[in-house]
Ligand binder design. Structure first.
Ligand SMILES: Nc1ncnc2c1ncn2[C@@H]1O[C@H](COP(=O)(O)OP(=O)(O)OP(=O)(O)O)[C@@H](O)[C@H]1O
Ligand SMILES: O=C(O)C1=C[C@@H](O)[C@@H](O)[C@H](O)C1
Ligand SMILES: [Mg+2]
Length: 177
């Protein structure tokens, strides 16, 4: 049997990491984790509450710890938070311990997909969410690219199409599929 490797999804807010990660896990019969949900489970508070109480710095420390622990697994799918790649330690752990899938998504789509969601305090409270997303993209795109083994455009493709595309690409990588 092929070795069970991890699949890690990275990319910006609204790229579809949680949605697509969950579907990949279901199709491949792997366990699914989401670093944002894990932080919420452990703290008993939602993401915006953690930001409010502990600041972004406190949230990032929790995120790094969750990624450190979850990447110790074997054979999971992990949807990471959009800013997790800001940590060099997390980038190292993600690229060493699984196949990294980058969901590349234009700002326009990110805006449309994140409109009614309170889980993203960085844009929920911004006067100009577009500008925030542009600044984050400038800073983070090179970091997503740096660790990506597979890059998938999620522009106009349905979540189902993106899931199948990723599974096809995973199958051509040694040890998966
Ligand atoms: N390919 C797609 N086509 C259309 N809608 C999508 C697609 N992928 C995700 N969505 C929708 O976009 C919204 C945001 O997706 P999701 O929460 O999975 O993003 P995310 O990458 O996990 O964001 P975050 O980094 O903030 O956790 C959801 O409502 C989801 O249903
Ligand atoms: O891009 C980001 O910095 C974030 C993305 C979300 O997944 C959450 O982790 C949080 O809202 C911060
Ligand atoms: Mg998510």
């Amino acid at each position: 049997m092929a070795e069970k490797r991890n699949i890690f999804l990275v990319g910006p807010m609204g790229a579809g990491k949680s949605t697509i990660g969950r579907q990949i896990a279901r199709q491949l019969h792997l366990e699914f984790f989401d670093s944002d949900s894990e932080i919420e489970r452990r703290t008993g508070a939602d993401i915006s509450w953690v930001f409010e109480l502990e600041g972004e710095e406190g949230f990032r420390a929790r995120e790094e710890k969750v990624i450190e622990e979850l990447t110790e697994n074997m054979g999971i799918v992990l949807a990471t938070g959009g800013g997790s790649v800001m940590s060099k330690e997390s980038r190292n752990r993600l690229s060493a311990r699984g196949v990294v899938v980058y969901l590349k998504t234009p700002i326009e789509k990110q805006l449309a997909r994140t409109q009614r969601d309170k889980r993203r305090p960085l844009i929920a409270e911004a006067d100009d969410p577009r500008k925030v997303l542009e600044q984050l993209a400038q800073e983070r795109d090179p970091l997503y690219e740096e660790i990506a083994d597979i890059t998938v455009q999620t522009d106009d493709q349905s979540a189902k199409f993106v899931v199948n595309d990723i599974i096809d690409q995973l199958e051509s990588i040694n040890g998966l599929g």
